[in-house]
Design a protein around this ligand. Structure first.
Ligand code: ADP
Length: 335
């Protein structure tokens, strides 16, 4: 149950996610402002025959950061190397990546807020002056040599913008935030996925899946695959509203797409703190979660969907949140 609505990729999904990735920027649904800025930056880079500015994508998991990086490489006609901050342990790991890039190529670093300081220091001159400073031996008097690297583009992705160091942020020419998707955009994504998987799905079936996808394409695609199984086994293979609804009830997917963490946040707020107001840090400690993650990763969805409010005195559960968990909202409570 807890896994079905998580926005993080499950290991067994890696292959199937690959085939569902849009191949061109125009096929990427939603995030119109982001797409437009990127298209302009891409066209400008192409016409000047220069590498694209370093680009940072931030926002919750599963909204398309990696997908956009892949699309940009394709639109620019360059190669892309994909890595993640936790994999880059030593400067040598980064040198290996940087020295295999050709001019204009993209280096994609996921979870870039997790780069070790030593790696970050090393990356700065590469991003700015296309050089890396390599130490030839250990010790205080070690000889350093400066090595050129090709003019590449770094694309960073993070769920935690607040954890990026100021010098790191300052080195990105393009910074784009991704937002949760509205239901109609998710329904488009679900229909597109149905087409790729070769399964019939009508508009209402797609809407039903979209409504429970927590604003997240990765969740929408996962639910689509699970509903397809159900449709093939229990119905005639076509996903209609009734089929989708029956499948999602059976899979115990929340009618609002709330995942396990969302549920914990709201339950704690209501059951431990009388619905609030309660300070962010107090709530975070009660949940055993980091306050920044709570604020940047979990709260935006709950706020956007009317379950939680930020007030000057702290976090407050709304009437919708009370009802969701079978409680009567407080009489003089918020909304
Ligand atoms: P992130 O890097 O932000 O965690 P991904 O780029 O890995 O997210 O996207 C997760 C999945 O959702 C992928 O399978 C991708 O194809 C799909 N997806 C994300 N955004 C879109 C979109 N706008 N249109 C179609 N599919 C999308």
């Amino acid at each position: 149950r807890s896994e079905i609505t998580t926005p993080d990729a499950l290991t067994e999904e890696e292959g199937s996610e690959l085939s569902l990735r849009p191949q061109r920027l125009v096929e990427f649904i939603g995030q119109d402002k982001v797409k437009e800025s990127l298209q302009i930056a891409i066209d400008a880079a192409l016409s000047r025959r220069e590498p694209l500015d370093h680009t940072l994508f931030y926002g919750p998991p599963g909204l398309g950061k990696t997908t956009l990086a892949l699309l940009m490489a394709r639109e620019l006609g360059v190669n892309i190397k994909i890595t993640a901050a936790p994999v880059l342990e030593k400067p040598a790991d980064l040198v290996r990546e940087l020295t295999t890039l050709r001019e204009g190529d993209i280096l994609f670093i996921d979870e870039i807020h997790r780069l070790r300081p030593i790696i970050e220091e090393f990356l700065y001159p590469a991003m700015e002056d296309w050089r890396i400073d390599v130490r030839l031996s250990d010790g205080p008097h070690a000889q350093m040599i400066s090595m050129p690297v090709e003019k590449f583009t770094l694309i960073g992705a993070t769920t935690r913008y607040g954890l990026l160091t100021p010098p790191m942020r300052a080195r990105f020419g393009i910074v784009q935030r991704l937002h949760y998707y509205p239901v109609d955009a998710l329904a488009f994504i679900v229909e597109r996925t149905a087409e790729i998987l070769g399964v019939g799905c009508d508009k209402y079936g797609a809407m039903e899946i979209a409504r429970r996808s927590r604003g997240t394409p990765r969740v929408a695609n996962r639910l689509m695959r699970r509903v397809r199984d159900y449709a093939q086994v229990r119905a005639d293979g076509v996903i209609t509203r009734d089929v989708a609804d029956a499948a999602l009830v059976m899979l115990d997917v929340d009618e609002f797409g709330l995942d396990e963490m969302d549920t914990r946040v709201l339950r704690s707020l209501i059951e431990q703190f009388g619905g609030g107001p309660v300070g962010l840090n107090t709530l975070a400690v009660a949940l055993g979660e980091d306050a920044g993650t709570l604020e940047e990763v979990y709260e935006p969805f709950l706020i956007q969907n009317g379950f939680l409010m930020r007030t000057p005195r702290g976090r407050v559960a709304t009437a919708l949140a009370y009802r969701r968990f079978g409680y009567a909202p407080p009489v003089d409570g918020a909304t």
